[in-house]
Design a protein around this ligand. Structure first.
Ligand code: ZN
Length: 403
């Protein structure tokens, strides 16, 4: 899909759109359910009504056979080609803790590790130190300064932290310093491309000064950096689609990806699905015409292989739909950012069911929101990044192409 064309045809006025994402909702037949998927097993009278009065299809977030992370999965849903706008691991780690990355920032993941007297790595995760100790170490590393750049070190969890370098002329073309195995020394900071000379000297100085602080600690007396990623601003949805977008999500990583696309965050109080529904309503009242709502726990139950809990999470989401309908959206879309089948306990490449309700649709083709009905639904099978044009069209926000 030529997104430039969609951008050119986008209209400033039109219907209000809700994009509700049940993370990892797609699944596989579950033996204990007699071959039904969690969506098929769940009692979802509200989604079923929307399915009958709307249209179903299925989307491949990145492409056929490609298993996406949640970052690329969401970027696709927001209409960005997830391959072109790849967000690197280091940047995702920073976004994941709510760090506001700026264009040109260089981010990397940190692992605290245990080094032997000869400098070889004994434990790449420093015995998975507590998050409290991680915070304590990071507070000491915050003292490290490198001339010419700003340095931000932030704790993540257990042995994991992240670092962001802010300054002109940085490059992400740097090798991981983590060799990926024990019994070897950390890899010296080296460039993978000639544009990274400055970045290498900055990172090298940071590591040397950090090692000096850590050297007498135990068990975390060293650090490894990986996933170097230069942050690039995305073209905002305001410019791309003439929308005024908002996001309601409980977890920082999803808020981070949404803010990359230019969405304003609306806080949920309480921090659960009921609070999220209130926040969605607040976003509309504040004049937003596109709201992204994220429901996380369908994915976590899939990753735990807990099909019963996944059913309950789907049903929980179904129960808030009447309230979402009352908010006054013209178009409601329900989908996922990828499949997380319980039998696999992992993200997978299987297409994700999509439901669009509102606007002129080929209604009456489907009676339930399930993988099976989505596969034969009126919308067919399409790429995740083609969802936004479908939503804009349904909301009357895309002009005719040509005379
Ligand atoms: Zn996800």
């Amino acid at each position: 899909m030529a997104s430039d064309l969609v951008s050119q045809l986008s209209l400033k006025n039109g219907g209000k759109i809700l994009l509700a994402v049940m993370d990892g909702v797609g699944d596989l037949p579950i033996t204990e359910f007699g071959g039904l998927t969690p969506l098929e097993k769940a009692e979802t009278p509200n989604m079923d009504r929307l399915a009958a009065g709307g249209a179903l299809g299925q989307q491949c977030p990145v492409g056929r056979g490609i298993t996406p992370g949640s970052g690329p999965g969401h970027l696709a849903l927001f209409g960005y080609d997830p391959v072109k706008y790849l967000v690197g691991r280091g940047a995702l780690a920073a976004l994941g803790i709510g760090f506001q990355l700026k264009h040109g920032d260089l981010a990397a993941r940190i692992n605290f590790c245990t080094l032997g007297e000869d400098g070889v790595i004994l434990d790449r995760r420093a015995g998975r130190i507590s998050t409290d100790l991680c915070i304590e170490l990071v507070n000491q590393l915050k003292e490290v300064s490198v001339p010419g750049v700003e340095v931000f070190v932030e704790p993540v969890k257990e042995h994991r932290a992240c670092v962001v370098f802010r300054g002109a002329g940085l490059s992400e073309h740097i090798h991981d310093t983590d060799p990926g195995l024990t019994g070897e020394k950390p890899v010296p900071v080296t460039a993978t491309d000639s544009d990274a000379v400055l970045a290498v000297s900055v990172v090298d100085e940071f590591i040397n000064k950090s090692m000096a602080i850590l050297k007498d600690k135990s068990p975390a007396n060293g650090l490894l950096l990986r996933g170097f990623a230069l942050h690039k601003d995305l073209p905002a949805m305001q410019d791309r689609y003439k929308l005024n977008p908002a996001a309601v999500a409980l977890y920082p990583m999803y808020r981070g990806v949404a803010s990359l696309a230019g969405m304003e965050q609306f806080q949920s109080d309480p921090s659960d699905l009921s609070g999220e529904v209130v926040a969605v309503n607040n976003a509309l009242k504040a004049g937003k015409d596109f709201v992204f709502l994220h429901h996380k726990y369908t994915d976590s139950s899939g990753e735990d292989g807990d099909h019963e809990r996944k059913v309950r999470e789907i049903e929980k989401f179904d129960r808030v739909i009447p309230e979402l309908l009352q908010c006054g959206f013209d178009v409601i879309c329900i989908t996922g950012d990828h499949s997380t089948p319980c039998p696999m306990k992992l993200h997978s490449w299987h297409p994700v069911p999509v439901l669009i309700h509102g606007g002129p649709q080929r209604t009456g083709w489907s009676s339930r929101f399930t993988e099976r009905e989505a596969a034969s639904g009126a919308l067919g099978t399409f790429k995740g990044s083609e969802l936004m044009p479908l939503l804009l069209a349904a909301a009357g926000r895309l002009a005719k192409f040509g005379a």
